[in-house]
Design a protein around this ligand. Sequence first.
Ligand code: PGA
Length: 246
Amino acid sequence: MKIIETNNYQEMSEKAAHFLIKKVQDNPAIILGMATGGTPEGMYRLLIDDHKNNHTSYQGVTTFNLDEYIGLPKDDANSYYSYMWKTLFDHIDINDEHVHLPNGLATNIEEECKNYERLIKQYGGIDVQVLGIGENGHIGFNEPGTAFDSHTHVIELTDSTREANSRYFSNIYEVPKEAITMGIHTIMQAKEIVLLASGERKAEALNQLLHAEISEAFPASILQKHSNVTIIADRDALKHISHVTV
Ligand code: PGA
C-alpha cells in the first residue's frame, strides 16, 4: 500500500485532486468510483477549479457511486444523488447518462442491487475507486460484520454511522436506517483504490486498516489484500503510523 502524508486537509485535497485529474487525462474514458461525505468535498472543489481553469474534460468519463440512502428522493438535499450533483457534476462537463448511483427509491430494491452490480460489470469494472473510511472501519456503507464476498446490497446503518451523518440532517431520527451500498467484493474488484482520510478522529481507523488482522469485524482491513491502494491522508489521520512515503 502506498501512503501519501500531507500536512493538512487542504493539501490532502490537492494531492487527491491531482491524482484523479492525472487519471482522467491519461484515460478520458475512465470508469471512476465516487464517494460522498465530508472528506472528498475539498477534492471535488479542486476538480471543478481545474475543469474551469485547465479545461480537463469529463465528457468521456463514467461514474459509479458507492452508495445511496434508502427512502430519500433524489431531490432530497441529503440524498447522495443531490450531493454529487451539487458538489461536482453540476460544475463539470460530465454526461448525465454516464453518472450512476443506486436508486434508493426503487420499488424492487433487491433487483436494483443486482442491476447496479451488473451495470458495473458491463462497463468492464471500476478503474479507480475513491474511498473514505468510517471511524468504525466501514468502506462505502459496509458496516462491521459485512461479508467480504458481498456484492451490491442493502445494509442497515449502525447507530454510530447514523450519529456521524446526523450533522447533515435536522436530527438523528431523520437519518435513514438503511442504504444500498456496493459490497466489499465490488470494491475489491476495482483495479485501483485511492482512500482519503483527514483528522485525528480517523487515526485509529487508519491504524487498524494497515495493521489489524484482516477481519470482517473491521471492513477496511480487507484493503491489505488489494494490490493497488494509495492512501492520501493528513498528518493528524496518520499520527499512529510511522514510515510513510511523502
Ligand atoms: P466522512 O465519511 O468523509 O464524512 O468522514 C467517511 C465515511 O463514513 O466513509
